[in-house]
Design a protein around this ligand. Structure first.
Ligand SMILES: Nc1ncnc2c1ncn2[C@@H]1O[C@H](COP(=O)(O)OP(=O)(O)OP(=O)(O)O)[C@@H](O)[C@H]1O
Length: 433
């Protein structure tokens, strides 16, 4: 088969697909786009002959030169298909897109084209949204990429992150993207549970199993049947209960308290902890066998400081979620203050600060004085150290300043470059140097 026949067949195949697909060459030039792609990304101009990064990203250069991972580069290097999570421009605004790119070879086994398939991720938004996850920083996108990869399997996921980083919301997002999404999502807080309570809560009990058990009660494992069981703070479960949990996971069966009949469990397990499970295993406070059972697929949830760039978006989202009766906005000074703080309590702390501020503000704008005073003091000391007490090379100073500017105003790099008086290209070059 000649390469032209092969290409013609490929084009007719992609046109029949419901999800956006394009074929492009080694120079990122689009050779064909299917109907779904034309409907999603098309403007009035022809797409053929244009660069994929220009159409989907509005970039003037390939993604890897603009601070993102380029699947074409890695597919060429490895010769294998590549999957990445990108933010694309669509007529609905920017969206998280799960991109899968496959190289196409000619009869001599040389890569001649690439097919890219795109799927919109519905579990997260790049703009303020009434519910679900919001974020657009690279740390957030990395996490979202992992959520997307694991969601469709039945693998046990463990979410590792500090308190308030959104573990429950992520667990819900995994459930919502899974084939169990129409089943129940059952969260269980494992902290502070006692032996007997945990067993009867989790497995249920038979009538007469103990004093007060007047009728049979369904346990949480049974409630989660066909869905997802989310064990929050799994690191807090005492050793005596860990063995019971392990038995459930290994055998896939359980008994109600006071019951003899083994019942079949049917749930997908997502667990979460802020503890360092590996070192707990070393110290013999967490069973090694249970650790391996629950952690097939660990996902690190970034702290708010690791995704500082998301603070303005999160603040706007949380404010709208807290107060729906009247809209609030944050003054630029308030945003600057928030963007320069360390949040040991992460997103939960940010939400609490905003809730308090919304009650203190009389107008519709949150000003620095409405924010936590302790926070303000901490932020002041941060900026004082930035001003510096010693002479440092100008290049280093520029890097420090750029990091600060990116953390505060990095969401819109085009505007940031404009404000800095440099081209967007120069900005990316300086960030990467
Ligand atoms: N990406 C996000 N987008 C929007 N809101 C978020 C996001 N992540 C977390 N939140 C919000 O932050 C708050 C804390 O999140 P959540 O309760 O899921 O954290 P957690 O890690 O489970 O906390 P803990 O470990 O203390 O139980 C919630 O109000 C949640 O809705």
């Amino acid at each position: 088969m000649t390469i032209h026949t092969q290409l013609a067949e490929l084009l007719s195949y992609i046109d029949s697909q419901a999800e956006p697909r394009i074929v492009f060459d080694k120079d990122y030039t689009i050779i064909a786009a299917n109907k779904a792609y034309r409907a999603t990304y098309g403007d009035n101009r022809s797409l053929v002959g244009r660069h994929c990064y220009e159409v989907s990203h509005h970039y003037t250069r390939p993604c890897d030169q603009a601070g993102e991972a380029c699947p074409l580069k890695s597919a060429t290097q490895t010769g294998n298909p590549q999957r990445v999570l990108h933010i694309h421009h669509t007529p609905r605004g920017e969206e998280h897109i799960d991109v899968e790119l496959s190289p196409i070879r000619n009869a001599n086994d040389e890569i001649v084209y690439y097919v890219e398939m795109m799927r919109t991720v519905r579990q997260a938004s790049t703009r303020p949204d009434k519910r679900g996850l919001v974020g657009r920083s690279s740390e957030f996108n990395k996490m979202l990429g992992l959520i997307e990869r694991v969601a469709t399997s039945d693998a046990a996921v463990v979410l590792l992150g500090e308190s308030g980083t959104g573990k429950e919301l992520v667990a819900q997002a995994i459930h919502d993207s899974s084939h169990r999404k129409l089943g129940p999502f059952v969260p269980v807080d494992c902290s502070g549970v006692t032996d007997t309570l945990f067993e009867s809560e989790l497995f249920g009990y038979e009538k007469g199993a103990f004093t007060g058990a007047n009728q049979r009660k369904q346990g949480l494992v049974e409630s989660a049947s066909g869905g997802t069981l989310f064990l929050d703070e799994i690191g807090d479960i005492p050793l005596s209960l860990q063995v019971k949990l392990l038995r459930l996971l290994e055998s896939g069966t359980y008994r109600r308290v006071g019951g003899i009949e083994p019942l079949r469990a049917d749930f997908r397990l997502v667990s979460a902890t802020h503890r360092d499970l590996k070192s707990m295993v070393m110290q013999d406070t967490f069973r090694k066998d249970l650790y391996y059972r629950i952690s097939t697929f660990p996902i690190h949830l970034p702290s708010l400081v690791e995704r500082r760039e998301d603070i303005p978006l999160l603040a706007e989202t949380l404010l709208a979620r807290i107060r729906t009766d009247r809209p609030f906005k944050l003054s630029q000074d308030s945003l600057n203050l928030l963007a320069s703080c360390d949040f040991p309590g992460n997103i939960r702390e940010l939400r609490n600060i905003l809730e308090r501020a919304s009650l203190l503000a009389d107008g519709d704008t949150i000003l620095p004085e409405h924010l936590d005073t302790e926070l303000a003091a901490k932020a002041d000391s941060t900026s004082a150290t930035f001003i510096g007490q010693e002479i440092i090379p100008l290049d280093t100073l520029e890097q420090h300043y750029l990091q600060w500017a990116l953390a505060h105003f990095g969401t819109d790099k085009k505007t940031l470059a404009l404000k800095l008086g440099i081209s967007e290209r120069t900005l990316y070059r300086k960030i990467q140097s």
